[in-house]
Design a protein around this ligand. Sequence first.
Ligand SMILES: NC(=O)c1ccc[n+]([C@@H]2O[C@H](COP(=O)([O-])OP(=O)(O)OC[C@H]3O[C@@H](n4cnc5c(N)ncnc54)[C@H](OP(=O)(O)O)[C@@H]3O)[C@@H](O)[C@H]2O)c1
Length: 312
Amino acid sequence: MRTRRFGRLGLMVSELSLGTWGLSGDAYGPVYEQELERIVELALELGVTLFETADVYGGGAMEKLLGDTLDPRTTQVVTKLGTVRDEPARKCFDAAYLKDALARSRDRLKRETIDVVLLHNPGVETLREGDAIPFLREEQHAGRIVGWGVSAGSAEVAKAALDQSADVLELAYNLFAAKTLHELTDRIAQTDTAVLARSVLAHGLLVGHWSPNKTFFPHDHRSRRWTPEALKYRISQLQVVRQMVGGEVLTMRAAALRFVLSNQIVSSAVLGVRSQTQLRQLVRELGEREDYLPDEVLVALPEWLRQASVEL
Ligand SMILES: NC(=O)c1ccc[n+]([C@@H]2O[C@H](COP(=O)([O-])OP(=O)(O)OC[C@H]3O[C@@H](n4cnc5c(N)ncnc54)[C@H](OP(=O)(O)O)[C@@H]3O)[C@@H](O)[C@H]2O)c1
């Protein structure tokens, strides 16, 4: 497993990290409990050192899984705070709430110091006003967290996080959602901010396995993400990803992952695997060479994306 610098925090992390939303059962449907531990153990065997979670995933169960399985001396954990699991779930970024939430996360993760705490999908106003960021800076100063940052759901939030000198920015970055990161690249490079790229497979779309009439179970977040027409359209755009397959790029999912990692501004790609098989496939197909995509593909890609009307 190759490693990368994690921005200015002085950490080296695996270029692939394990995300745990999909494992929690909250997002895509249940995963066998025994499989959960095995996936974390396999990730360790394959050289993953960075694990991404949130206090709300599985109502704390994912933090507990990582706390029970990982050695804090050899692994890093990024967790996210700010979602209260009421019915319906709501956001809360008050310092008093975050303080208690952080204490609970440290207990579950069994870590005195958490490597990174991110605000979980805050609005711009939370970053500009309020006491969340002063609180995180104090916790960093006190040594209870190494760094802090923001998991951003929009370009505006990502910009506001950079305005506040966040150490880490997590955002969706994939072949069909590259614009925000590309626009912010200069600022991220200047400030040496760590970047966690998530949703690198566009929630499975870029794998290219779905028929145009694909449907999802109601508890799967993808049943609400696309209308049937929007999904058909997205699937028709996958021709671009198909064009990238060839030579060492064995599959569409490999092309998608290699695209993300070919961008050196990315510190780690957060994988959303839901089985050991999926994890093995992605690691194997990523290969061992540093040239993730052939030069001719990188040169042709912007034009291929334009032809498929993918916004750059
Ligand atoms: N706001 C936030 O902070 C936020 C938001 C989203 C995600 N995240 C984090 O990022 C992680 C990944 O995000 P995501 O779930 O959006 O990601 P993704 O990686 O784009 O998609 C995950 C889906 O891709 C499919 N997949 C994965 N590996 C595969 C393989 N080898 N072959 C075929 N299909 C494969 C699976 O679909 P099937 O289930 O259909 O097999 C899986 O559910 C999450 O687990 C979470 O930790 C954070």
